[in-house]
Design a protein around this ligand. Structure first.
Ligand code: SER
Length: 316
C-alpha cells in the first residue's frame, strides 16, 4: 500500500462521487477521505467527513488527522447556479482554492488537483477545435472564477513550486451521480427522462453543440494527470480535454436506438446564453502529447453504456 493519502473536498457532487470510487479502487478505501457539506450520494466504503470548503481550520484538522498528502478540491458553484448568486459563487470558488494552495505552499500537501472548465472560454474564443492557448474572455461568473483560478494555480506553481494540476472539463455525463447546476446538465437529465417517460424538454435549443465526455474517461484522465511524473505536466494553468461533441438533436437521435418513440421538446431558458458562449469542440493535443491522454468512449459507446446501466438502476 502506498503512503499516499488523499482528501477529496466536494465528494458528494457529480464528479466527487465517482472520483472517490475511482481513487479508492486504485489506492485503497482507507487511503481516500471523502468530505463535503452535503451527505454523500452513495454509500461510503471509506472515511467521510463533513466540512465546509471555506473552513480552513476544519480542512487542516482533517489533513493532520489522516496524514493527507494530496487534495482534490471539487467544491464549487457551477455555471447556471453561479449566475443566480455571483458574489457567493466567487467567494466559494476562490476562497476554497486559496485555502488549498496555501496549505500546499506551507508544505502540508505534496500535490493538489483543481478542476477548471470549458467555461473559461467565451464568445470571442474560436468555437471549433478550441486551442489550448487562445482568447479566453469568459462571460459567466463561473468562467471568470475558473480563469482566475487557473492563473493562481500557475502562479503558485511558478512562484512557490506548488505541484497543482488541472483539467478543463467539458460537460460530464454519468449514471452514478446527479449533476448539480451546470449548463450541460441536460445531457444527463435526458437519459433519465427518456428511460422513465419517453419524453424530455430540453433547456437548450436543438443546435446547441457542446463538448462532452463520459465520466469514466474524465475520472481516468484526472487520476492519470495526477499520477504523471511532474516533468510531464507542462501546462500549469489547466489542460484542454475532449471526448466528443453533440447537440440535443444528435443525442436524442442516438437515444432513439434504445427508445425509438422518444419525444424531444425545447424550452430554452437563461442557460442558452451560457451554452452559446462556449466552444463547440476542443483541441486536446497538449494533454495527448504531455501525459498520454486518449478517450475510450465515443458518443455511441457512451449512450449504450449509459442506457445499459441506467435501465438496471431504474428498473426501466
Ligand atoms: N459542466 C459545467 C457546467 O455546465 C461546465 O464546467 O457548468
Amino acid at each position: 500500500m502506498s503512503s499516499k493519502r488523499i482528501l477529496v473536498i466536494g465528494s458528494s457532487g457529480q464528479i466527487g462521487t465517482e472520483l472517490v470510487e475511482g481513487l479508492r479502487a486504485r489506492f485503497g478505501n482507507e487511503h481516500v477521505v471523502a468530505s463535503d457539506i452535503k451527505e454523500p450520494q452513495v454509500e461510503q466504503s471509506g472515511p467521510f467527513v463533513m466540512v465546509d470548503a471555506m473552513d480552513r481550520r476544519g480542512i487542516e484538522r482533517i489533513i493532520d488527522k489522516y496524514a493527507i498528502t494530496e487534495v482534490y478540491l471539487l467544491a464549487a458553484l457551477l455555471s447556471a447556479t453561479a449566475e443566480k448568486d455571483p458574489a457567493f459563487a466567487w467567494k466559494l470558488n476562490m476562497e476554497s482554492l486559496f485555502i488549498v494552495l496555501e496549505l500546499a505552499r506551507e508544505g502540508k500537501l505534496k500535490k493538489v488537483y483543481w478542476p477548471s472548465s470549458i467555461a473559461v472560454f467565451g464568445p470571442s474564443t474560436p468555437k471549433d477545435h478550441t486551442p489550448q492557448h487562445t482568447i479566453a474572455e469568459p462571460s459567466t461568473v463561473y468562467g471568470i472564477s475558473k480563469q482566475a483560478g487557473e492563473q493562481w494555480c500557475a502562479y503558485y506553481h511558478k512562484r512557490y513550486g506548488v505541484d497543482v494540476r488541472s483539467i478543463r472539463y467539458p460537460g460530464l455525463i454519468g449514471w452514478k451521480s446527479a449533476p448539480g447546476g451546470g449548463t450541460t446538465d441536460y445531457a444527463v437529465h435526458i437519459f433519465h427522462e427518456a428511460l422513465k417517460h419517453g419524453r424530455y424538454t430540453s433547456f437548450l435549443g436543438p443546435q446547441s453543440t457542446l463538448p462532452m465526455m463520459y465520466m469514466p474517461d474524465a475520472i481516468r484522465a484526472t487520476i492519470d494527470l495526477m499520477e504523471a511524473p511532474a516533468g510531464q505536466v507542462k501546462e500549469r494553468t489547466s489542460y484542454n480535454l475532449a471526448g466528443f461533441s453533440f447537440n440535443p438533436e444528435e443525442i436524442a437521435a442516438e437515444l432513439r436506438r434504445h427508445v425509438p418513440a422518444l419525444v424531444l421538446d425545447y424550452a430554452p431558458d437563461q442557460r442558452q446564453a451560457i451554452a452559446d458562449s462556449w466552444p463547440r469542440s476542443i483541441d486536446d493535443s497538449a494533454a495527448r502529447t504531455d501525459w498520454g491522454w486518449k478517450p475510450d468512449y465515443d458518443l455511441a459507446a457512451m449512450v449504450d453504456d449509459m442506457v445499459l446501466n441506467l435501465r438496471r438502476e431504474l428498473g426501466a
